[in-house]
Each structure stands twice: as structure tokens, then as C-alpha cells.
Design a protein around this ligand. Structure first.
Ligand code: HEC
Length: 128
């Protein structure tokens, strides 16, 4: 009886885990792999990739002065959370022909954390 109750509690907490809020602080750490090519925050500039201030909710291929691929410019994507998650997971599948040379992040929780981190920044790089 006792054991059964414990098992039920374990199953419950495991089921609850995916519903936990994404963690922007963890996302900042996970963003380290993106930093080779992307910057965010005040004064962020375009590098190998476009700067990502205000990326959550904006049109793909819209940062001024950045030389996007035609594939990205013509993708017609708006970077809502669902589209961002798919792109970060599998960039080549989400936008075939785009020029982000990155295999993708496989861990969904990490992806959600990265998006939560990016979502903190306004288009001018200040924090919301
Ligand atoms: C090796 C360099 C590189 C790495 C690492 C990289 N990116 Fe990129 N990223 C790019 C390039 C280059 C583009 C522009 C793609 C194009 O124009 O086809 C891009 C585009 C993007 C865009 C679209 C931006 C826009 O303005 O439409 C997002 C979002 C993005 N990257 C997120 C990420 C995230 C998050 C990570 C880390 C998990 C990451 N990238 C890692 C090079 C990189």
C-alpha cells in the first residue's frame, strides 16, 4: 500500500515536470553555444549571425544591415515561440537553405530556456 502511494507520487511529479516554467537564467547559460555567432543585450551587433534583440515576435530576416540568405528572407516566418523552438531544434529542416551552420539543440527544456532568455530583450537591447 505504502509503496503504491510512493510510486503514484513519483509518477505525478514526473508528469508535472514538463509544465514547469522555462528558466531564463538557465537559458543564458545554454545560449553560450549561440554566442559564437549571435549577440543580445545593449549595444549588441551583428556577427556571423544577426543580433537577436527583440527576436521573439518579429519577422524572420528583419535585422537591418545583416546579410541574410534568400531562404531566410523569403521564409515568411514570424518568430513566435513555436517557430523559434522548431528552428533552434533543427535549423535546416525548419528553413531549408538557410545559412546558419548549427546542428541544433535537441533538449526541449533547454530550447524553452533559451527562448525565455531571448524574450527578456527589447528590440533596442534593453531588458523588458
Ligand atoms: C555558427 C554560427 C551560428 C550559431 C552557433 C548559431 N547561429 Fe543562429 N544564425 C546564424 C546565421 C548565419 C543566421 C542567418 C541565417 C540566414 O540568413 O540564412 C542565423 C539566424 C538565426 C535566427 C534568425 C534571426 C532572424 O533575424 O531572422 C535565430 C532566431 C537564430 N539564429 C537563433 C540561434 C540560437 C538560439 C542559437 C543557439 C542555440 C544559434 N542561432 C546558433 C549563425 C549561427
Amino acid at each position: 500500500m505504502m509503496l503504491r502511494a510512493m510510486m503514484a507520487a513519483v509518477a505525478l511529479s514526473a508528469a508535472a515536470a514538463p509544465a514547469m516554467a522555462a528558466d531564463p537564467a538557465a537559458g543564458e547559460k545554454a545560449f553560450a553555444v549561440c554566442k559564437a555567432c549571435h549577440r543580445v543585450g545593449e549595444g549588441a551587433k551583428n556577427g556571423v549571425g544577426p543580433m537577436l534583440n527583440g527576436v521573439v515576435g518579429r519577422q524572420a530576416g528583419a535585422v537591418e544591415g545583416y546579410n541574410y540568405s534568400d531562404a531566410m528572407k523569403e521564409s515568411g516566418i514570424t518568430w513566435d515561440e513555436a517557430n523559434l523552438a522548431e528552428y533552434i531544434k533543427a535549423p535546416k529542416t525548419k528553413v531549408p537553405g538557410n545559412k546558419m551552420v548549427f546542428a541544433g539543440v535537441k533538449d526541449d527544456a533547454k530550447i524553452a530556456d533559451i527562448i525565455a532568455y531571448l524574450d527578456q530583450f527589447n528590440a533596442d537591447g534593453t531588458k523588458k
